[in-house]
Design a protein around this ligand. Structure first.
Ligand code: NAD
Ligand code: ZN
Length: 360
């Protein structure tokens, strides 16, 4: 047995209002007056002076507002890297991402591509990155994906949706300030929160489970049940707890894997551009045969929060479009092996996946 040796986020600040310390955290990391800090911020915060006034820009530092209408693309990473190199006199001192999973992944990928040759698509896969990334900081404003702790930066490329998984991917610093999650819409809060819940179910029922993943998974699962099914928490407590659930859910899958919902949801996302959180919910709603208890509780959560999921998203697809989704899903072999076991190919056939997609 060859045990994996994973890096973790090396520094973390937790607390409401902790984002106020961002300038103090960054100051010792400045490499020189021509090495700027680049802030990649979700453009939903454009004009939000509460947030931007907390950032003191000095020398050549700059803020780049990024749209998250679509999930991050490899070409978008390449464009940002080119822009940062062309406009900067020297390599940046650090890249700071402020946003949900999309911005966090973009930030990880940009910081890697600033020190590695070629295109971002060349690094989609496992352990292809050669050089350490630029110092990078993650500031989540939406909780659930676990992108703040994970070893991957998920990108859609010309050929596949797959992460840059490497020892250089995790953040050097994370700032967990639940105040930043205040403005999220109820639907988005639910969908991204369910990403965390689904991470837990897939990790805890998977064949890759071990005590490391189980302990984090159980903590996150209990937090999700408290947040999404109990009425006892104040809004602030719920925001803080979801931030920690996201963290623990992410830690749980670092040492195991996700499963059926993620495999199928990647297919939806690749073909239809369905975003990760809502895509997982659309898929998970039909997975009773794989996750009976998890889906039952999920449906209670849906009902409690009056969330109605889109129906018939695959109703008008052609056979060749189903084939594209099936190819993407089946390509994610470790997810199936975790969910079903080493013999997964016996039961997970193309026909089986097509019949699942047809229900969505
Ligand atoms: P997101 O980052 O795509 O954001 C969703 C929406 O919420 C956007 O419209 C954004 O503008 C808005 N938003 C974010 N913060 C807000 C705030 N405080 N107030 C108001 N609006 C806000 O959503 P997400 O679900 O966090 O991330 C999805 C992405 O994460 C996908 O690209 C997925 O592939 C990736 N992901 C990565 C990992 C990983 O381990 N790296 C794990 C799971 C998912
Ligand atoms: Zn996920």
């Amino acid at each position: 047995m060859n045990y994996k040796n994973f890096p973790m986020v090396s520094k973390v600040i937790f607390g409401r209002g902790s984002f106020n310390q961002v300038n103090d955290v960054l100051a010792p990391k400045r490499l020189g007056i021509h090495s700027p800090f680049i802030f990649l911020i979700d453009d939903v915060f454009k004009g939000n002076s509460w947030l931007t006034s907390r950032i003191s820009l000095a020398y050549d530092d700059r803020i780049i507002f990024v749209s998250t209408k679509e999930e991050p693309k490899t070409a978008q990473v390449d464009d940002l890297v080119e822009d940062i190199i062309l406009k900067g006199k020297e390599r940046p001192s650090g890249i700071i991402g402020i946003g949900g999973g999309s911005i966090l992944d973009l930030t990880k990928a940009v910081s890697i591509m600033l020190t590695n040759d070629g295109l971002a698509e060349d690094y989609q896969g496992w352990d292809l990155v050669k050089n350490p990334a630029i110092y990078h900081v993650g500031v989540p404003t939406l909780s659930g994906t676990g992108a703040e702790v994970s070893r991957t930066a998920v990108l859609t490329g010309p050929e596949k949706k797959l992460g840059i998984n490497s020892d250089f991917t995790p953040f050097d610093q994370v700032i967990l300030d639940s105040k930043l999650t205040r403005g999220v819409s109820k639907e988005q809060w639910f969908y991204t929160g369910m990403d965390c819940y689904i991470h837990c179910v897939e990790s805890l029922t998977g064949t890759y489970l071990n005590a490391f993943s189980q302990s984090y998974g159980n903590m996150a699962l209990e937090l999700c049940k408290e947040i999404f099914l109990d009425d006892k928490l104040s809004e602030e407590e719920a925001q803080e707890k979801l931030m920690m659930a996201s963290w623990h859910g992410g830690m749980s899958i670092v040492y195991s894997q996700v499963g059926v919902a993620h495999a199928l949801s990647y297919g939806l996302s690749y073909l239809l551009g369905t975003k990760h959180g809502i895509g997982n919910c659309i898929v998970f709603n039909h997975l009773e045969e794989f996750y009976p208890e998890g889906v039952k509780i999920f449906k209670e959560m849906l009902a409690k929060h009056h969330i109605s999921l889109p129906q018939g998203v695959c109703a008008h697809l052609s056979d060749s479009e189903f084939d594209i989704m099936i190819d993407v899903a089946l390509g994610l072999e470790p997810l199936w092996e975790n969910a079903i076991g080493i013999d997964w190919k016996k039961t997970i056939t193309r026909e089986k996946l097509k019949s699942l997609y047809q229900r969505m």
